[in-house]
Each structure stands twice: as C-alpha cells, then as structure tokens.
Ligand binder design. Structure first.
Ligand code: PNS
Length: 169
C-alpha cells in the first residue's frame, strides 16, 4: 500500500496552540505529515518565513513522520512535489466554513486527486487565531495557555506592549 502523506498548510504567523493541537491529533493518522508554511511576499507578516520554520521545527520534532517545509505558488503543485493527496485544515467556527469550502473545492478542481480533511480543534482553542494572538499581545493581554513559550519569547522581541497596558504579570 502506498504511504499516506498529508500536508497541513498555513501562514502560521505565528503558530499557536490550536495549530499544535491539530498537528498532534493528525500525526498518528498519516505515515507522513508535512507542515507547510506559505511563502507569500504579497502578504505582510510579523515573522519571516525562516523564523516561522525555525519556531515550528523547535516545537514539532522533525522525524517520526513529521516534517516542516515552506512552499510558494499553488498548494496543489507543492502536494505533487511531496507526493501528498490529503490537505488537512482546522475548522473552528462556522465563519471558517465558507472560505475553507471554497479552497477545498478549488484545490480539488485544480487537482482531482487532492482531498481536504477538516479537523476540529480542542474546544478551548476554537476562538484562537494568529491575528488575535498578535493583537492581544501588542495590547498587553495575557496569552498563557494559548501560545507556546518560544512564540511568546519571539513576540516579546518583535512587539513591544503599549506602555501601561501590560497585564502579563
Ligand atoms: O493559514 P492560512 O493563511 O488561512 O492558510 C491559507 C493557505 C496557505 C492554506 C492558502 O492561502 C494556500 O493554500 N495558498 C497557496 C496558494 C494557492 O494554492 N491558492 C489557491 C488555493 S484555493
């Protein structure tokens, strides 16, 4: 039987506990899981792609069927390069659904061999997003339990909390 290879693509700017929960959940389901960080020069990001790869590699042990790579261009082309047929995406609230369905159908149209598998994160991460992580941090909010330590450390380096608003004591 051929290897079951899945790709978990995203911007991961930065990765948070919802993403990590999903990775741990789907790792045992596939022989190989490729966490794929999109290189998109057009989109302004807080962390460089290299930094995002470094963070994710620090958190997700390479080997054991999991690897962390970057890609540019069409996802379906990258899937061909790594020999994968399954895209894994997290589905949080209904608000995600329309965008995710659109992407899944377009990807299948571009390559009929590609299927998308949607996974629900742990309930406590259902409202979590990378944009909220950046916003809450920059306004001095507490992110305990929502992002891993290496992300917190790098957020501190990149974003100074607004004076007088730091509640992370
Ligand atoms: O975490 P994100 O930003 O929601 O991830 C979006 C991502 C990277 C999965 C999506 O933008 C993508 O696959 N981009 C690659 C370009 C592509 O293939 N576009 C057509 C997809 S329908």
């Amino acid at each position: 039987m051929s290897e079951r290879i899945a790709v978990y693509p995203g911007s991961f700017d930065p990765i948070h506990n919802g993403h990590l929960d999903l990775i741990e959940r789907c790792r045992p389901m596939y022989d190989r899981l490729v966490v794929a960080v999109l290189r998109n020069e057009a989109k302004r990001a807080l962390f460089s792609v290299d930094e995002r790869l470094e963070i994710i590699r620090e958190l997700v042990a390479d080997g054991g069927g999991c690897e962390v790579l970057s890609f540019s261009g069409l996802l379906v082309d990258f899937m061909d390069e790594v020999g994968a047929r399954i895209v894994v995406r997290g589905l949080r609230a209904v608000t995600d659904f329309e965008y995710e369905l659109q992407m899944a159908l377009m990807n299948r149209r571009l390559n009929p061999r590609v299927e998308t598998v949607f996974m629900a994160p742990k309930e406590e991460y259902n409202y979590l997003s990378s944009s909220l992580v950046k916003e809450v941090f920059s306004l001095g909010g507490d992110l305990t339990g929502l992002v891993p330590d290496p992300v917190l450390a790098r957020l501190r380096r990149h974003l100074e909390p607004r004076a007088g608003h730091d509640r992370r004591r």
